[in-house]
Write a protein that binds this ligand. Structure first.
Ligand code: NAD
Ligand code: MLT
Length: 530
């Protein structure tokens, strides 16, 4: 069966063509929320830009939806939390329109400084008003950038070429990055107080909603000019209108609005010193083509279950990070599955610790991907609908605390991944694995050294290291025509507790397990399928 993709906002032809290579594509622009809710159940993927509101209601109605693709960067029109909870991947094309948005910002900056739109309109209306259109230079002026991410950075580079001094407020970037760009990273108040022009480049979040409100405008220089090519809700539009009318703000250039399109009676559309464009930041042939192609490829990868590059609700990894990670994905999944099958029956998991030691402990965000993969494969034994997108949310809902520990120090193996599972009865089981010539190996169970290939049917027995244990276990298996393909025994000290791992050629059912449990000095036995 072919996948079905619904596209609900204008998408460049190239993107539609690319989607059609692997899916049946329906284009339905301008759907009401009710219409989208009624339709979404038939689709595996939804592709939007900023027009479609992908609300929690839409997400809950989406019975077979696997991925939402946003052909652009901002995802404030998508309820990402609801998508994550439902295990729906959200992908975007964060780099596709960076340059276009930065260039549009610079266009607005210049248009504002030189009053180009009103001069153009005036001349076309037959007037010759040179004095009225006196402007200001950018050279030597201070530009305050709020949000020094992709677009903010490109704007900073270009504004510097105009001789502007750049200040920035961004609590989430390092001073080194700002220093490298030749930008002074300062507290918000100081940026507001010292800037001649202020340009917004943050996402719209709970934190940035109305970042520029009455209070913020009061702190600014008299005659400041504002550019917003990011998101409407970041500015309180009523406060902006007041600040313009009072003369505090000399002009504003807006590409984005709290409501899009803005109501026709919006004062912002009537004020002469406000320049407006209808959300054109990404509207270039280059950006639209790239965004559409990137999102089509991301959607295809997501539907095929392959790693995506631009996941919004999963860690974002660069290509080289994926390359380093790839061999460990199977190991993480196998260890998760093994750990789940070693859980004492009917005992609730309280805590899972994922430990990354050695080279793997040096990895950054990649380890959260491995944790998600291991967690998904574990929790799938206990609940349905879990995937790597929602694995942590599902764990939290199940009352399982998840933690990660990393150390660059390695004892025996260059890289060691361990999962420790504590259940409510106080029992702790730990499985550890590594890669041997690129292939996963289980190298410790509960701290006992083994060397088992995590594949097919396995038996994991804990026992007291005494004579007449291993033999009888093998005899029972033989009696039931279960062939043993491999065996590993690990112990810490002679006569103490030990672990035996057997790779067997067929499933070991409960009756056989019960027989094995009766062998003197057997403490526990679990049948595992990996
Ligand atoms: P980005 O994620 O690369 O950068 C956003 C930056 O904002 C980050 O550095 C982040 O640390 C910072 N930030 C987050 N919260 C902040 C806060 N409370 N205060 C200050 N800084 C904060 O995103 P980007 O690709 O640069 O896009 C920036 C904005 O531009 C987004 O809102 C995006 O949707 C918008 N955008 C608009 C258009 C358009 O057509 N007008 C096109 C592209 C992007
Ligand atoms: C974006 O967030 O990518 C821009 O606002 C452009 C768009 O909505 O397409």
């Amino acid at each position: 069966m072919r996948w079905r993709v619904l596209v609900t906002d204008p998408l460049a032809e190239e993107g539609i063509k690319r989607l059609s290579e692997f899916a049946d594509v329906s284009v339905a622009e301008g759907l009401s929320s009710e219409e989208l809710k009624a339709k979404i159940g038939e689709y595996d993927a939804l592709v939007v830009r900023s027009g479609t509101k992908v609300t929690a209601d839409v997400i809950y109605a989406a019975s077979r939806l696997k991925v939402v693709g946003r052909a652009g960067v901002g995802v404030d029109n998508i309820d990402v939390e609801a998508a994550t909870e439902k295990g729906i991947l959200v992908v975007n094309a964060p780099e596709a329109n960076t340059i276009s948005a930065a260039e549009h910002t610079i266009a607005l900056l210049l248009a504002l400084a030189r009053k180009i739109p009103s001069a153009n309109a005036s001349l076309k209306a037959g007037k010759w008003e040179r004095k009225k259109h006196m402007g200001v230079e950018l050279n030597g002026k201070t530009l305050g950038i709020l949000g020094l991410g992709r677009v903010g950075t490109e704007v900073a580079k270009r504004a510097k070429a105009f001789g502007m001094k750049i200040l920035a407020y961004d609590p989430y970037i390092s001073t080194e990055k700002a220093l490298q760009l030749g930008v002074s990273l300062l507290p918000l108040e100081e940026v507001l107080r010292r800037s001649d022009f202020i340009s917004l480049h943050t996402p719209l979040t709970k934190e940035t909603y109305h970042l520029l409100d009455r209070d913020a405008f009061e702190k600014m220089k008299d005659g400041v000019r504002i550019i917003n090519c990011a998101r409407g809700g970041i500015i309180d539009e009523d406060a902006l209108v007041e600040a313009i009318k009072s003369g505090k703000v000399a002009g504003a250039a807006l590409d984005v609005f709290e409501e899009e399109p803005p109501p026709s009676d919006s004062e912002l559309l009537r004020l002469e010193n406000v320049i407006v464009t209808p959300h054109l930041g990404a509207s270039t042939e280059e950006a639209q083509r790239t965004a559409a192609l990137v999102i089509a490829e991301e959607v295809e990868r997501a539907l095929r279950g392959e790693p995506v590059r631009y996941a919004v609700n999963m860690p974002y990894l660069q290509e080289e990070q994926w390359d380093a990670l790839r061999p460990f994905l199977t190991l993480a999944s196998k260890l998760g599955s093994l750990c789940a099958q070693l859980k004492p029956k009917l005992s609730r998991i309280e805590h899972l610790e994922f430990a990354y030691e050695g080279k793997i402990g040096k990895m950054d965000k990649e380890t959260s991907m491995l944790t998600a993969v291991a967690l998904k494969s574990m929790l799938s034994f206990f609940t349905s609908g879990v995937n790597i997108v929602n694995a942590r949310v599902v764990a939290r809902k199940m009352g399982i605390k998840v933690s990660e520990r990393k150390t660059e120090e390695a004892e025996t193996f260059p890289s060691l991944l361990s999962i420790s599972m504590r259940t409510e009865d106080g029992n702790v089981r730990t499985v550890s694995g590594t890669l041997f010539e690129g292939e996963p190996r289980v190298v410790k169970i509960d701290g006992y050294r083994v060397d088992a290939v995590p594949s097919g049917f396995m038996l994991v027995c804990s026992f007291l290291d005494k004579p007449r244990v291993i033999g009888p276990v093998c005899t029972i298996l033989g009696d039931h025509r279960i062939n043993i393909a491999g065996m590993q025994v690990g112990r810490k000290e002679r006569g103490g507790e030990a672990v035996m791992v057997l790779n067997v050629d067929s499933d070991v059912d409960d009756a056989v397990l019960e027989e094995i449990k009766k062998v003197p000095n057997i403490l526990d036995v679990k049948s595992v399928k990996l």
